[in-house]
Design a protein around this ligand. Structure first.
Ligand code: NDP
Ligand code: MG
Length: 390
């Protein structure tokens, strides 16, 4: 039986990797919807190659361009935020959530509401609204499968295990572009330097987040929300080889490690074929050639993002939504050249401090309230950035 598939964020790094797997096994999948931000040319090409039912761009101004590109193909074209939510709500069996940033939250919720299995690359939705995402999945009998490589690794290590026998989990971090840079040098790190990753080929935003360890900070919160671990059970280790993605430690002292090539098609393929395992065309590791795997503790002085994530996990409530929105705004500020590399964490910390009263710890999380908090946190962070520019 073919699986009906939609891909949110089809034109990005995760989206293209997903399509790569689907094109390698074309008879297994039927494509319902593909969505993009503004890269209409790539979206139209993908929609035609995969014979999708509908292609949606977030950018309403580009609808005429998308329509023109799809003319005569029978593929529907649509545009705007609401159209992306509607595309996600179209009946399908499996939806890839690979929009970058908080923009991925509401379409992800829409996909869960129609009962689809949601393959979750968009970690920002778990950080901003984890309890809401889980509750929506449960209420609609929908399955949530992690795609972030560390979380896919944890998920795989937990198969057949009892949750109450888990003692700890360790997620690894490559350390990103500035793994071995001293603190002084980090102050002057440029956009170009932060945008190249030693091991993984990913979108620009997550690549910079890897260099600042904000990506790992998001992943700590994502692990807590997805699996319900206590914050003190989740550890981070720097692992420059990026081959061990995560380890789960059990009551008897045993550690289950997940080892795989640094290629997102493994985690995407695991979610795509789950509960089976497909023949995913990633490199088969030759560990004799690899020889050595190394691990060390992260230096929290150089990476305040990890400390901030621990505070957010302790606070709960809307702290994750504030953290994520402030981080996205600080990242925009760095990309636009308005603040330096180390200032990103300062802006996020100051935003969290200013907005502690809005955290509403223990509050039931609603989508409207997340959007409101997100909006306020972005405004607060933007003002803080402007004040720095003086
Ligand atoms: P990219 O930047 O490569 O792609 C993002 C996708 O989202 C593109 O299709 C983009 O469209 C679309 N998009 C951007 N903004 C909007 C918006 N406002 N509304 C609707 N669509 C939008 O990101 P990645 O593929 O790297 O990452 C996607 C998600 O997966 C992120 O949450 C990331 O953290 C996560 N992830 C990524 C990994 C990776 O290896 N890349 C690994 C683990 C997690 P367009 O192309 O038109 O701009
Ligand atoms: Mg990851």
């Amino acid at each position: 039986m073919t699986k009906r598939v939609s891909i949110l964020g089809a034109t990005g790094s995760i989206g293209c990797n997903t399509i790569d797997l689907i094109e390698a096994d074309p008879d297994a999948f039927d494509i319902v919807a593909l969505t993009a931000g503004s890269n209409v040319a790539r979206l139209a090409d993908q929609a035609q190659r995969l014979r999708a039912d509908i292609a949606v761009t977030a950018d309403e101004a580009r609808l005429p361009e998308l329509r023109a590109a799809l003319e005569g193909t029978g593929i529907e074209a649509a545009a705007g935020k609401a159209a992306i939510d509607e595309a996600a709500a179209r009946p399908s069996d499996w939806v890839m959530s690979a929009i970058v940033g908080a923009a991925g939250l509401s379409p992800g919720i829409a996909a869960l509401e129609q009962g689809a299995t949601l393959a979750l690359a968009n970690k920002e939705s778990m950080v901003a609204a984890g309890p809401l995402v889980l509750a929506t999945a449960e209420a609609n009998d929908a399955t949530l499968l992690p795609v972030d490589s560390e979380h896919s690794a944890i998920f795989q290590a937990l198969v057949g295990e009892k949750r109450d026998e888990v003692e700890r989990v360790i997620i690894t971090a490559s350390g990103g572009a500035f793994r071995d840079w001293p603190l002084e040098r980090l102050k002057t790190a440029t956009l170009a330097e932060a945008s190249s990753h030693p091991n993984w080929d990913m979108g620009q935003r997550i690549t910079i987040d890897s260099a600042s360890l904000f990506n790992k900070a998001l992943e700590l919160i994502e692990a807590k929300e997805l699996f319900g671990f206590r914050p003190d059970q989740i550890e981070v280790l720097i692992h420059p080889e990026s081959l061990v993605h995560a380890m789960v430690g059990f009551a008897d002292g045993g550690l289950m490690a997940h080892v795989g090539p640094p290629d997102m098609r493994h985690a995407i393929g695991y979610a795509l074929y789950w509960p089976d395992r497909g023949n995913v065309p990633v490199e088969r590791l030759d560990l004799a050639k690899v020889g050595t795997l190394t691990f060390r503790e992260p230096d929290e002085a150089r990476h305040p993002a990890l400390r901030l994530a621990r505070d957010v996990m302790e606070t709960g409530g809307y702290a994750g939504a504030i953290f994520n929105a402030a981080k996205e705004t600080a990242l925009d500020g760095f990309i636009e050249g308005r603040i330096g590399f180390l200032e990103m964490a300062e802006v996020v910390e100051a935003t969290l401090e200013k907005m502690t009263d809005d955290c509403l710890a223990n509050a039931a999380i609603t989508l409207d309230q997340v959007h409101e908090v997100d909006h306020l946190a972005r405004e607060t962070a933007r003002n803080l950035i402007a004040a720095r520019q003086g």
